[in-house]
Design a binder for this molecule. Sequence first.
Ligand code: AHG
Ligand code: MN
Ligand code: MN
Length: 342
Amino acid sequence: MTAKGLTLTRHILLEQRAHPAATGELSTLLAQIGLAAKIVARAVSRAGLVDILGVTDEINVHGEEIKRLDEYANQTFINVFGHSGLVCTLVSEEMEKPRHLPENCAQGKYILFFDPLDGSSNIDVNGPIGTIFSIHHRMSGHQHETPKEWLRVGTDQVAAGYVVYGPGTILVYTAGAGVHGFTLDPTIGEFLLSHENIRIPARGKTYSINEGNSALWQPQTRTFVDYLKEPDAGTGRPYSSRYVGALVADFHRTLLHGGIFLYPGDIKKPQGKLRLLYEAAPLAFVVEQAGGRAGTGTERIMDIRPTDLHQRVPLLIGSSEDVAMAEAFAQSRTKPGPQMRK
Ligand code: AHG
Ligand code: MN
Ligand code: MN
């Protein structure tokens, strides 16, 4: 058990000690993500001011950045990793093509995939939003200019995680040795260990899905959600519904309390809405490291080899028993899935 309040940097260095071959570059990369998160957190906390005070030049300039928080967050990552010597290529939801940082490609060992700002629709209403990141080793040589470099399978991830900008700013990451959460103390500008070795409950009591899409759902989705709503105290039903509309916030609640988040394919969006490389795959790595499960309904998220940079996938993610049950419903053709275990 490590001391609560340990800084993110110290925790990463302790983790690195467990890997003698580690050269410290991954530790530095993760610490840089912490820096980018602090910069974005500061902008997020002032996002509302733009609408009130957006009349002076000084605010206008800042406002443009903040008003387009997605772009501001994206540019923050470019600035933080440019000339870092760590990351040769950036893949972002906000950039159609991969962005090579040539100054880093001689020695940079990593490729960084990220959703700089997740849940953008929540910005104007002061709702929780987030950042999601996934780190892969670069292929050797000059392959960084080829799709092979960025169409990577989830099981190859070196590290992954997310930041939730909510009442507090929390950074959660895994480097393959468990899942750890850090809360930003803005008075000292440090992320301090607050959730060591997070484990997701095997089953939860909440389901998280946009019910507004229910007219478009596949029959199996409808059957599953109706099943969760049926009162049956013996099997812990009905489940409660929770939906924030920001994947990172809905996922973070599910990770800590258990349950299931679903953004399934439907008749209008057969592949759902969420992107594989910088939304589903990083969160799948985190949830599996915490003892949970993540799939499309028919396939493990971490096994999917992408064919397109911004490829979307259906996502069922959360407690192992809840996701396994959702998959049983998704694969059932006529009858409802198995009875819930008592
Ligand atoms: P982003 O803001 O990065 O585009 O992500 C938004 C995503 C995700 O955060 C959330 O779970 C989902 O959109 C909500 O979609 P609906 O509004 O269709 O429910
Ligand atoms: Mn997103
Ligand atoms: Mn986004």
